[in-house]
Design a protein around this ligand. Structure first.
Ligand code: C5P
Length: 223
């Protein structure tokens, strides 16, 4: 087998990103934020004036994205597209919605598959998204499905957007998140659902530290 992989899947606002980044840092492993790739495809498509229904156009972009991920010493994720920093620009809920539309296109998912698998490598990888355990890394040694109540997820997302200086209205955000989750769960290809062998963790009333600790314990128990 190759280098170990831990997958963290779940709905938006479940804390996947925060938890995965922390896990990767504590383990000294690589990190794949696969949602960012779908956001970048939607963002690049918008920049180029593609119709949101243009599957071939978005798949082309997915194959040829010139993207660079970087985590500074401050632990903040930075993302460049075509040499321009887009870390904050891709975080808005409008781009999240566009991402979930292009993510339902089989051509786009296929185009991103190898790019995602290329992140695997020594000493290990923490991959977060919707189908990391079910489709992209089916042989991962530990698969986590992270959830939280809809209200808690909306609150977390709201706080996160505000911290980034992006506008956010809690009521509108709750509806947008519900709509995006429904689209992610109902799509025929790689729908959001726990992999058969995933451990479901409900983080509604858990602190970030407690979730990280729990995942590290589960990982240790498998070695
Ligand atoms: O995680 P994030 O909110 O950044 O993801 C944005 C969108 O990208 C999700 O709503 C989903 O539609 C899509 N996505 C996906 N598969 C992944 C990661 C994200 O379909 N592995």
């Amino acid at each position: 087998a190759g280098a170990p992989i831990i997958t963290v899947d779940g709905p938006s606002g479940s804390g996947k990103g925060t938890i995965s980044r922390r896990l990767a840092r504590q383990l000294g492993w690589r990190w794949l934020d696969s949602g960012a790739l779908y956001r970048l495809v939607a963002y690049a498509g918008r920049q180029r004036g593609l119709a949101i229904s243009d599957a071939a156009g978005h798949a082309y972009l997915a194959l040829h994205l010139d993207v660079r991920f970087d985590e500074g010493s401050d632990g903040v994720e930075r993302i460049w597209l075509d040499g321009v920093e887009v870390s904050v620009a891709i975080r808005g809920e409008d781009i999240g919605k566009g991402a979930s539309v292009v993510a339902a296109m089989p051509e786009v998912r296929a185009a991103l598959l190898e790019r995602q698998r290329a992140f695997a490598g020594a000493p290990g990888l923490v991959a977060d998204g919707r189908d990391m355990g079910s489709v992209v890394f089916p042989a991962a040694e530990l698969k986590i499905y992270l959830t939280a109540s809809a209200r808690e997820r909306a609150l977390r997302r709201h706080k996160q957007l505000k911290q980034k200086g992006l506008s956010a209205n809690l009521a509108a955000l709750s509806l947008e998140i519900a709509e995006r989750d429904r689209r992610d769960m109902d799509r025929p290809i790689a729908p959001l659902k726990p992999a058969d062998d995933a451990v479901v963790v409900d983080s509604t009333s858990m602190t970030i530290d407690a979730v990280v600790e729990r995942v590290l314990q589960l990982a240790a128990a498998r070695r």
